[in-house]
Design a binder for this molecule. Structure first.
Ligand code: AVI
Length: 326
């Protein structure tokens, strides 16, 4: 899977994407405290590491969401309309998407529109789906959905379902998440539906374990960002001189993931020098956890209301069905 649900970055970025990565990185490392955007985790190695994370015993997220879709697919799609176009920003959640497309079937599913910044990833995803579902019309759209959703209006009598699984919404700050959901609402149109996966608040020990796995895969995933900067931006990070540090911050309700410098050092990125004090960090990701009332407030702030919510048995994850407030 490349990249994960909602992942934005390219496996091997060409000119524009590389320059965006450079500009965002130089800006983020110039801030105090330093930070980088999590969308840059997902080069080829990062995407493979994320696949491994999804299979880790501690990382319940993917299993919890898949179990909801597996057991409730028919119920979830039941209110989506007679003729449906499914639009998926990120277009990476094959198992879950397939279950939903199958639940809709050729009678109801008129089109699937994966939206991703990587045309290479889209072409691969589209050809796989066309091979497995010859009845399915697949219309890939190349775009950075965190900036724009250039989706044409649906045909007459066709309702659009914006499917955003994986709790990728949690990787956006609440203000950005609200803007993103509003963009999805506009893309879905007044008769459309937004279906989003959110990770729920829970015992901090469970959260802590999920982002500090025993095998160190999450640490490798975090550090791979340094390797990527070295390769693509001519940086000279000493990868072993930065430690993975992830913790749950209960006031904001978010996991914060950092890379902490183990010593005083200077690093050059694209010809610019950045100083690190011993113990100084780069924040590489936030992963917000919601409860249902907070998720409902977030939806409202984006002009959406909560129609339904499906939870897994352990109540760790929720799939929300949202509709525009008319
Ligand atoms: C993609 N995203 C929803 C994952 C998360 O849980 O926030 C990324 C991740 N970071 C560390 N582990 C997984």
């Amino acid at each position: 899977m490349t990249p994960p649900e909602g992942g934005l970055a390219e496996a091997a970025p060409g000119g524009g994407a590389r320059e965006r990565f450079r500009a965002d990185t130089l800006e983020g490392l110039g801030l105090a405290p330093k930070r980088l955007a999590p969308k840059y985790f997902y080069d080829r190695a990062g995407s493979l590491l994320f696949d491994e994370i999804c299979d880790l015993p501690e990382y319940y997220v993917t299993r919890a969401e898949t179990s909801i879709i597996q057991s409730r697919a028919q119920e979830i799609v039941s209110s989506w309309g007679r003729r449906v176009r499914v639009v998926e920003p990120g277009a990476g959640s094959f198992t879950k998407t397939r279950l939903l497309l199958e639940a809709l079937g050729p009678e109801r599913c008129v089109e699937y529109v994966p939206v991703d910044i990587s045309s290479e990833h889209l072409a691969h995803a589209a050809s796989q789906l066309r091979a497995d579902y010859p009845w399915l019309k697949v219309t890939p759209a190349t775009a950075d959905f965190s900036v724009e959703m250039p989706i044409p209006a649906a045909g007459d009598g066709v309702s659009t379902v914006l499917y955003f699984p994986g709790s990728t919404i949690g990787n956006f700050d609440p203000e950005e998440a609200s803007l993103l959901l509003a963009r999805f609402r506009r893309a879905a149109g007044p008769s459309g539906t937004v279906v989003v996966g959110i990770d729920l608040k829970k015992d901090p020990a469970v959260l802590h374990a999920a982002y500090n796995d025993a095998q160190g895969v999450t640490a490798a995933f975090n550090r791979n960002l340094l390797t990527r900067m070295n390769r693509e931006l001519g940086a000279d990070f000493e990868v072993d001189a930065f430690a993975h540090y992830a913790f749950y911050e209960p006031v904001r309700g978010r996991i914060e993931m950092h890379l902490v410098s183990s010593k005083r050092q200077e690093v050059t990125v694209s010809g610019r020098r950045f100083r690190f004090a011993e113990g100084e960090s780069i924040r590489t990701e936030c992963s917000y956890k919601y409860d249902l009332p907070a998720a409902e407030r977030l939806a409202r702030s984006a002009g959406l209301h909560l129609l339904d919510a499906w939870l897994d048995e352990a109540r760790r994850f929720a799939v929300l069905e949202l509709r525009p407030v008319l």
